[in-house]
Design a protein around this ligand. Structure first.
Ligand code: MG
Length: 322
């Protein structure tokens, strides 16, 4: 064999190894079975990743360079696009901008073979706008196994009855175009009342999960107990947002509680997404102020929680083979 042929064989082997060693190449189309996420070969799937900050406040990180870096250096298995709804320059006022930024993130996640949560990052009910948004998303992305829909980040003042009715309407809209991708449903009080949803779950649809959000220095054993109650009733849970400090996103890191939460997620095979990729001067922000908007972050551009999550994701990736 001449050197050119050897080179082509070498590149082909590297390419095939590399493409297999990525979450979506390995697990493909996800589905929910009982309280677990399963891959296309019915294997257990537990995803770990990071959420971007609100798109309206940190649009500079909604680009392919950042997603490439999170996929390839941080080894995130899932990223979350937090599409702001109410604030100035968010979806309601500037829908085109929101759709453009969301697509930049989703397209890059698809190219990198990682999963991506399309998060309607709202604290109040906006049913018609949500239906219109998810109708567009499901038509454009419903055929991609990468996509997970999160239809209501954190209800604050709505009852479960209101959230449930809203969710059913949005789920119906998505299911017109996408019969199978996972849909995450929020619960009252910043997605902490999962026990109320568990007593009166949504029925008649497949691949529905419920979110629970925790901030380790505020939400402790009592929230894990609510989650355990829901799991016992067969309600699948996805931690689509968590932080290491108190519920404001700031304050000290509660390492002891954080470890309890990580152990709990591992034991129950619960997926988790850390809040947030943003350069706000705040504990849960992974980046220091003015960190590059192109990824490629040095250690000094990461905060303590940024360095911690990168290590954690890379350790999990080493076990998974990506
Ligand atoms: Mg689909």
């Amino acid at each position: 064999m001449n050197t050119k042929v050897i080179y082509i064989i070498f590149v082909s082997i590297c390419f095939s190894y590399n493409t297999y060693s990525q979450p979506v190449k390995k697990f493909g189309q996800l589905h929910v079975d009982g309280v677990f996420i399963k891959g296309s070969n019915d294997e257990d799937v537990m995803l770990r990743g990071v959420s971007l900050g609100w798109h309206n406040w940190w649009p500079q990180y909604y680009n392919a360079d950042v997603i490439n870096w999170l996929a390839n250096d941080w080894k995130a298995e899932v990223v979350r696009a937090a599409i702001g709804v109410d604030p100035k320059r968010a979806y309601i006022k500037c829908p085109k901008r929101a759709l453009r930024l969301a697509s930049q993130v989703i397209d890059a996640a698809i190219r990198n073979n990682i999963y991506v949560i399309i998060d309607w990052h709202s604290h109040s009910l906006k049913q018609e706008e949500a239906k219109s948004f998810f109708s567009l998303m499901a038509q454009k992305y419903g055929a991609y196994p990468n996509v997970i829909y999160e239809i209501y980040n954190e209800p604050v003042n709505d009852t479960w009855e209101e959230v449930k009715n809203y969710s059913i309407e949005v789920i119906k809209t998505i299911r017109q175009y996408d019969p199978d991708n996972i849909i995450l449903v929020g619960s009252p009080h910043w997605s902490q009342d999962v026990q109320i949803a568990a007593d009166d779950p949504i029925t008649g649809f497949d691949n529905i999960m419920y979110t629970a959000h925790f901030y380790a220095d505020t939400h402790k054993e009592w929230l894990r107990e609510r989650c355990n109650y829901a799991l016992k009733k067969g309600i699948p849970i996805f931690i689509s947002e968590y932080g290491e400090s108190n519920a404001s996103g700031d304050g000290t890191i509660n390492f002891e509680e954080l470890e309890k939460w990580y152990n709990w997620m591992d034991t129950n095979k619960i997926s988790g997404v850390k809040w947030m990729i943003a350069d706000k001067k705040e504990t849960t922000a992974a980046l220091v102020p003015h960190a590059s908007s192109k990824g490629g972050w040095s250690e000094s551009e990461l905060t303590e929680t940024g360095r911690l999550i990168r290590i954690l994701l890379r350790e999990k990736a080493a076990k998974s083979g990506w």
